[in-house]
Design a protein. Structure first.
Length: 124
């Protein structure tokens, strides 16, 4: 039996972390110091894209849970979100986790924790 509470919790954490990515973008760019305009745009784009992707995953999980968490489409969304969050966790673990700023170290924890909440929702 599926437990929608786990899905909503995962959706909330992923969505909130996505929102949290958007606010410090200017500060992150300042932290790079003097770089070319193209490099500044690339970093800004990547930073914003990760936030937008996380917001989308959170909204998608919440939406399919609200519409019908037992449907085959919802099951596909849950498994794909589980896989994507774990992929992002691995990427963050090997890149951002080495950065000395705490928020970068939180990414793999939040991604893995959220994916485990989705898994709990699937199996319970």
């Amino acid at each position: 039996m599926l437990n929608p509470i786990f899905f909503y919790l995962a959706a909330f954490f992923v969505f909130a972390w996505g929102i949290a990515h958007l606010f410090p973008t200017k500060g992150v760019l300042r932290g790079f110091g003097e770089i070319t305009a193209d490099n500044r745009r690339i970093i800004a784009m990547e930073w914003i894209v990760e936030g937008a992707a996380l917001i989308f995953i959170g909204l998608l999980v919440a939406a399919v849970t609200a519409v019908g968490h037992n449907s085959p489409a919802a099951q596909a969304v849950y498994w794909l979100s589980f896989a994507m969050l774990n992929a992002l966790s691995l990427i963050s673990l090997f890149t951002g986790f080495k950065v000395h700023l705490i928020p970068f170290k939180l990414c793999p924890v939040i991604f893995t924790g959220s994916s485990l909440l989705i898994l709990l929702g699937i199996v319970l």
